[in-house]
Design a protein around this ligand. Structure first.
Ligand SMILES: Cc1cc2nc3c(=O)[nH]c(=O)nc-3n(C[C@H](O)[C@H](O)[C@H](O)COP(=O)(O)OP(=O)(O)OC[C@H]3O[C@@H](n4cnc5c(N)ncnc54)[C@H](O)[C@@H]3O)c2cc1C
Length: 421
């Protein structure tokens, strides 16, 4: 069987690899000159089953409304994005009821935990070097009531999805990560999630693409898809300018651009871009070196030690497909990272800023599986968890296409779930 995949980010590349491993003939069309050059490029580098919550938590509408006048808000709505959001915006709020939020969180948790197992298998088999480390992550919390709430919520996730974690006092946090000593007096406590990992998503993507190529996958870089041709309820070809590509199955893994790719086919994919920023510091001054990734609840930011560098990532803006890098957002992240690791002496001049568009599905859960168009499939909408879920999502898609036995329940991630809402 022949598959044609649109997009060579983390999701398209893992899909290609697993399909090739099942003996399929795979071609990947990617507009960039290599794999992983868009949202998968300089993300937070965290593989965190511990953060399975969709971003439309109960009460999100209040956060969004407040954000309209504030540039430092972690979740920000830009007025100019409203026309792009349309019914997605209403759906985003509708999915924020406590019941749906919890159900969707558990779906993400199951896929994330499974994905880390699949990734471990890939590491063993292929030995891809991507700066990975598996010491868990630390979540630090300043407010005592917020800490109790986080622990109670964690117990629910432990019961429903098997999330492992351990409560830590401020002293235990410092024992685990001495770089946090300067802020220990401000902390009510924290949580260690042993399952979490870190790794350079871009390097992984490039490494896995090499292995996929060795298994016969043809990557056509610099190939922007301009149209998808449909006849009698099936895709008949994918076009890039004058070039025409055909296959038995077509898979859209175009990240935030997935809805645009299939819009002309009358297919509404409920995914919109949620812009995020990262800063990378290549030569941080920290003695002893910083070892564990930190999620700071109060600042809604993550600070991650990555191959001798430090990367800070955070914020989500519903701002359409805008890829500008405003200085105010960079300064915002700089202020955050200085408050988490004040001893590191972070300077603006050392910071390498980047932004990307998280493909955010309307319920915060990825969309993996068939569409009403016979041979057209989706693997998209992974939001803030695309690196965490990449290996498991690629494997799930290939299981579904090749008649394998999925290790997670595929209905939870099917596009058809929206028809039932
Ligand atoms: C600031 C930030 C921090 C993040 N931190 C984390 C983290 O710590 N952990 C985590 O798990 N996730 C994180 N994420 C999310 C994660 O990066 C994404 O979910 C993931 O990269 C999505 O992968 P993708 O393959 O779906 O999309 P992409 O990487 O965007 O890939 C889609 C590909 O499709 C191609 N494409 C699109 N349209 C066309 C077309 N017309 N023709 C040809 N090709 C096309 C694009 O060029 C692109 O290469 C973060 C995201 C951001 C922005």
């Amino acid at each position: 069987m022949k598959a044609l995949i649109i997009g060579s980010g983390l999701i398209g590349t893992t899909s290609a690899y697993f399909l090739a491993r099942r003996g399929w003939e795979v071609t990947v069309l990617e507009r960039q000159e290599g794999p992983g050059l868009e949202t998968s490029f300089a993300n937070g580098s965290l593989l965190t089953p511990s953060m399975p919550e969709p971003w439309n938590a109960p009460g999100t509408w209040r956060v969004l409304l407040r954000s309209l006048g504030r540039s430092g808000s972690p979740l920000k709505l830009r007025l100019k994005a409203l026309p792009h959001l349309g019914s997605w915006g209403i759906g985003f709020l509708r999915h924020s009821s406590p019941q749906r939020y919890e159900r969707n969180t558990v779906k993400n948790l199951r896929l994330a935990l499974h994905s880390l197992e699949v990734l471990a298998g890939l590491r063993r088999e292929l030995g891809i070097e991507y700066g990975g480390a598996a010491h868990g992550s630390l979540r630090v919390i300043r407010d005592a009531a917020a800490l109790e709430r986080a622990l109670a919520w964690g117990e629910r996730l432990r019961a429903q999805g098997g999330l492992d974690f351990r409560r830590l006092s401020a002293d235990e946090i410092v024992a685990m990560e001495p770089a946090l000593a300067p802020i220990a007096h401000r902390l009510a406590g924290g949580i260690h999630y042993p399952v979490d990992e870190i790794g350079n998503a871009y390097k992984f993507c490039v490494g896995l693409a090499e292995h996929a190529r060795a298994r016969g996958v043809e990557f056509r870089f610099g190939t922007p898809v301009t149209a998808i041709e449909v006849g009698r309820g099936n895709v008949t070809a994918v076009l890039s300018g004058k070039s025409r590509f055909t296959a038995d199955r077509y898979i859209v893994a175009g990240g935030s651009y997935s809805p645009l790719l299939v819009k002309a086919l009358g297919l509404a994919v409920p995914v919109r871009p949620a812009k995020g920023y990262s800063l990378t510091f290549e030569h941080p001054r920290l003695e002893p070196p910083f070892r564990l990734p930190i999620c700071d609840d109060d600042f809604h930011a993550v600070v991650v030690p990555l191959e001798g560098m430090i990367r800070v990532a955070g914020t989500a803006e519903l701002a359409g497909y805008d890829l500008s890098l405003p200085e105010a957002r960079i300064q915002n992240l700089l202020t955050l990272v200085r408050q988490v690791l004040p001893a590191a002496g972070f300077e603006r001049a050392q910071a390498k800023p980047w932004c990307g568009l998280r493909p955010m599905s309307v319920d915060g859960v990825p969309i993996i599986g068939p569409t009403p168009i016979g041979n057209l499939w989706l693997n998209t909408g992974h939001g803030h968890l695309g690196w965490t879920m990449a290996a498991g999502s690629g494997q799930l898609l290939s299981d579904l296409l090749t008649g394998g036995s999925p290790s997670v329940s595929p209905e939870a991630y099917a596009l058809a779930r929206f028809a039932a809402v």
